[in-house]
Design a protein around this ligand. Sequence first.
Ligand SMILES: C[S@@+](CC[C@H](N)C(=O)[O-])C[C@H]1O[C@@H](n2cnc3c(N)ncnc32)[C@H](O)[C@@H]1O
Length: 361
Amino acid sequence: MTTAAQSAVPDGMRADVELAQRGRSEMQFLQAMRAGLRPLQARLRDRLEKGDALAWDGTDIAGLRAAVDGELAEDADLGIIGAALRWNRSVLTPRAVDAFGERAEDLSAKAAPVDAEAITDRGEEAVPRYWRYEFHGTTGGWDGHEHMGFVHHELVYRYLLVPSFPGDIFGQRASVARLAPREDYTDICDLGCGTGQFTMKLAQTYPGARITGVDLSVSELRYAQRRAAEAGLEWDLLRAPAEDTGLAEGAFDLVTSFILLHEIPPHAIRKVFAEALRLLRPGGDLVFSDVAPYRLRSPYQAWHDDWDAENGHEPWWRTAATTDLAGIAREAGFTDVRQEALGKESYPWVTLARKPGQERL
Ligand SMILES: C[S@@+](CC[C@H](N)C(=O)[O-])C[C@H]1O[C@@H](n2cnc3c(N)ncnc32)[C@H](O)[C@@H]1O
């Protein structure tokens, strides 16, 4: 049926209008779907907390999963939550990517870098094989679309995560940025900087510092460049793996990362710590913030994190949430290693450390 509003649209523009409406209505549908699943999740939690399946010693996550998954094997609520996740991944997300593809020009106006030359690219050879996985069920992976960085870290954050996430995702980044022990950093390197959400908090907290952002995603870096330029800032942006940046040894007095470590396999986590040590000057600080360890979560939350990670295409969440990051930092050669939980249920979970040597620069 043609509505009055549609018939007012000239024929040549109808496809555009329909596409814009389709994109918007899909986002709205997804938002409503997530809200609609919340009572089901609350019922699940209630059911589990009344039973025995959540008995857990804080270490054997596979055992907890087996007990709870077994308990919920016939649970219709969990069935619907799982089906919604799969449907989102296999139907809605590819459709959204197509729609964004068709709107590439409009998106470019908002997402393209102001100065593409400001991004240095170490090239495809430097990209590790694991990075090409379709994280989070995102069609095509981190760079599945020219503007995936903008779509994933801006549109999805603004319209889906902010309304449905229980914490303040931007405020958390600011709190972590403020946690670094000094106020006078001059050279900061943010590993896995993405579109620069956390990098911007660093730039605002330490306005005197020169900022370098490293990421493997071209589309994320493109939007990071735009974010900096629109704020009147100049960042050095580099496409390279965090575990092998190629940047000069001892070039920084603060090296950071925000939710990078759970996106990479354990061997790469170790290399990232080693690379951070190499990049720091003696006395320099490390601040890495990531997902909460399962052992510090409530049993329900630990089960939920792990179930969600598996069903939401987070292949290394479990290893990150069960890995001793403080131990890895010490093995890498850091000193003064400490960890701090900033929010509810221990998220953000921050590992802080110092490179031995000269006390303060
Ligand atoms: C969850 S995002 C976080 C982005 C940003 N730190 C923030 O606060 O929004 C993780 C980022 O890590 C990047 N990434 C994943 N593996 C990487 C690696 N080995 N080296 C550099 N960046 C990586 C991804 O491209 C993505 O931009």
